[in-house]
Design a protein around this ligand. Structure first.
Ligand code: LRH
Length: 474
């Protein structure tokens, strides 16, 4: 039997259970189980199927044993901001409403009439996004005052899954920062913000730092699996885990998936006027540092177009179509709120182009080029902003995550920024999750060792502009 650590990495469109172990100085990955995820309408709101996700997680655990692994630890990461509330008996009293649900429409503006925008940013360091937990909690309270009265515990998705595994309640730090309710400097829940919004502070537990053991599988699960598996906290926010797997500290990173998260790591929060204006965020990092980054709409746009076109084209086919199209220049502002949760992504893109007097994309190739070029434009702008705010010039950009397979965008980004563009690892989130588990068990002793390990274990590709001809070397 091979001992392993298990990473449970659940994104907005799919989840994975991945076994990881060290062999000959390299980190080996084995995907044990993969499943779909998505939102569905329930009680008038877009929700996640949290019970279904938990079942898939347990299936993954069982499969690992069937594949002859002995899991010693398990760690969970998912997307941020979403939560459930439990009553005093620790029973769930809310659905797992998804952040793209329209319950938060207009709520940020309402809150910014109560709280001063600048103060809120200075205290939390978190970027203004209409779906942050703070706005969701406020919307929930307005719609369900009687349930809010009953609520005793606030858990984010990984916290809740950890609770189901172990029976232990916790609020993990990296994910908690995405609520916009934590003080960036003290790393504790911000009393004055909670009080101003009448959100009871008793709902929250003192944030727990990643890289520590939370507990063990509940006895019935232990019996089922046959092993005493330790439940460990990685960066439970998927982006926090992904950033751990950035191969090179000197690059700007882009974690490319449903969202594109572009930024750098920093020792302390940057909450300047400029950072607020550029809407950058200071989320908590696994190494207790800061992920100074910006959320950019990301592959969600092409995922939605793909779905609308009845999955006739794969992602790679969209990339191929983009290469074949000679020129199509229309650009949309990918961070326009209309693209967050539209009825039709295609229609929203087309109306944006129409309103801005640009050619309207109709064919799948035109839509793909419009989305890819618009994303690249927005990355290019963010790179400029990062350099301006940190006062540093970066020679390279490293794209991690599944979206790094988009060669068209990688080449366009190299061309637009003149920087070397590195891509990989594609499984960054699971890798970062596993590394945090290995730090906890002592299998990896330092951040430096983990960086060496990543570079040794995974293929990193390089796109570079060569001379005048804009040729790329791979
Ligand atoms: C990426 C992500 C991102 C959040 C968003 C809700 O999966 O966690 O960091 O802002 O989802």
């Amino acid at each position: 039997m091979q001992k392993c650590n298990l990473a449970v990495d659940i994104g907005a469109s799919s989840g994975r259970v991945i076994a990881g172990y060290l062999a000959n100085g390299k980190l080996k990955l084995d995907e044990i189980h993969r499943f779909d995820n998505g939102m569905e309408m329930k009680n008038g709101h877009l929700c996640w199927d949290i019970d279904g996700l938990y079942q898939e997680l347990v299936i993954g655990l069982r499969k690992s044993v069937q594949k002859n692994y002995q899991p010693t630890t398990i760690g969970i990461d998912t997307w941020a901001v979403d939560f459930v509330l439990l009553d005093k008996e620790k029973n769930r009293i809310t659905d797992f409403v998804a952040y793209r649900d329209h319950r938060t429409d207009g709520v940020m503006d309402d809150i910014l009439k109560i709280l001063d925008r600048r103060k809120l940013y200075q205290q939390t360091g978190i970027q203004f996004q209409p779906f942050n937990t703070i706005y969701q909690l406020y919307a929930f309270k307005k719609e369900n005052p009687e349930l809010m009265e009953k609520a005793k515990h606030f858990l984010m998705i990984p916290d809740y899954l950890n609770y189901l595994l172990t029976g232990t309640l916790s609020n993990e730090y990296t994910n908690a920062t995405s609520t916009q309710l934590l003080s960036a400097n003290s790393k504790t829940w911000n009393q004055s913000i909670a009080e101003a919004l009448d959100i009871p502070l008793e709902l929250f537990l003192e944030p727990k730092m990643p890289m520590q053991t939370l507990g063990y599988l509940k006895p019935e699960l232990q019996k089922d699996i046959g092993f005493d598996v330790k439940v460990v906290l990685p960066g439970t926010h998927d982006t926090a885990s992904a950033v751990v797997a950035v191969p090179n500290d000197e690059s700007i990173y882009i974690s490319s998936g449903t969202w594109s998260l572009i930024g750098v790591e920093h020792d302390t929060p940057i909450t300047s006027e400029q950072a607020m204006r550029y809407n950058f965020t200071n989320e908590g990092g696994v190494y207790e540092n800061i992920r100074f980054l910006k959320n950019i709409m990301g592959m969600w746009m092409i995922q939605e177009v793909k779905k609308e076109l009845k999955d006739q084209y794969s992602f790679q086919e969209f990339v191929d179509l983009a290469y074949q199209l000679k020129a199509f220049d229309s650009i949309v502002d990918v961070n326009d709120e209309r693209f967050l949760s539209p009825k039709s992504m295609i229609h929203s893109i087309q109306t944006f182009c129409q309103e801005t007097n640009q050619a309207i994309p109709h064919s799948p190739a035109e839509l793909a080029v419009c989305i890819f070029n618009s994303l690249v434009k927005s990355y290019q702008q963010a790179v400029k902003e990062i350099e301006e705010m940190t006062g540093k010039k970066y020679a390279s950009i490293n794209i991690i995550g599944g979206g790094s397979k988009n060669q068209y965008m990688n080449e366009q980004l190299a061309k637009a920024t003149g920087k070397a563009v590195y891509t990989g690892p594609t499984e960054a989130t699971a890798i970062g999750n596993l590394i945090a588990q290995m730090h906890t068990t002592g299998e990896i002793d330092s951040r430096e060792t983990s960086k060496l390990m990543i570079n040794r274990s995974f293929e990193i590709q390089k796109y570079l502009i060569r001379g005048e001809k804009n040729e790329y070397q791979r």
